[in-house]
Design a binder for this molecule. Sequence first.
Ligand SMILES: CC(C)(COP(=O)(O)OP(=O)(O)OC[C@H]1O[C@@H](n2cnc3c(N)ncnc32)[C@H](O)[C@@H]1OP(=O)(O)O)[C@@H](O)C(=O)NCCC(=O)NCCS
Length: 239
Amino acid sequence: MSIFRFTPSAAVNACKIALLVLLEVKRRFYSNTIYYILRRNLSVRVQVPLPRISLSLRELRADDIPALINIHERILTIPELWERVRILNMINSGIQTPYVAVTVKDEPCHLAWLIDSRSNEKIQSFFKGAVKPLSTHELLFEFVFTLEKYRGLGIQVWRSLKFAEKGAAMGAKWALGYIKKTNETSLKNAQKNEFKPYMIRFDRWRLFCRKTEYRLLEQDQTDPCVKVRVAKKVASAFN
Ligand SMILES: CC(C)(COP(=O)(O)OP(=O)(O)OC[C@H]1O[C@@H](n2cnc3c(N)ncnc32)[C@H](O)[C@@H]1OP(=O)(O)O)[C@@H](O)C(=O)NCCC(=O)NCCS
């Protein structure tokens, strides 16, 4: 099945991708971005509400990709297009392992990568230093995406719990996630799954060169609220 099907919406979306390129040039010319790196102890048990639809989790198959990219059905916003471009790049990177949450009809509605240290070389070449290499007891939950029509049904929270269970069964101790400071939904969802702020990543793009700095949050380990406040204070000092 082809990813691209010609429809009026697909044509408009293709034109908008040109705008996306310009925005990306602007971002790389001058921008400051902050990511929180959150960490979850995989031995901690968490209870999260069941998603509001029946789901199962399986590895991504090639025939899932058109349903997830889906640029022919309707005109997409710039952020929606950007997410699809990033997903295609990530799939092409060969980083393992992409999973999909699927409905009872086996339709994919959510995508995320569960990554271990065996992908370190690919992580380095794909993220170019923006994601730290993983140790053998760490996993990375990356590139999380819920198709727009399935959002708000509790899918991300449920899938994150499933990854945590898989991770623990694989013998890993920690799960890591990089979340943009402005992504309130993901930050909130991560906290529902016992992720705690661990580090902050500062990206500075100047004239197409990126400088990345990390800061470890060393405050009181027992109080996540204190850590979130400290993370926000450190982050606001950056802007
Ligand atoms: C962030 C994202 C993965 C969340 O996926 P999701 O499966 O909708 O998440 P959940 O349903 O588990 O989360 C519930 C939260 O979504 C938000 N939400 C509720 N309805 C929503 C809707 N119709 N549309 C979008 N978000 C909604 C609410 O904040 C809700 O939290 P609450 O129930 O405590 O109020 C999804 O919005 C997405 O793919 N965004 C674009 C890519 C992205 O930001 N990825 C994350 C990178 S770290």
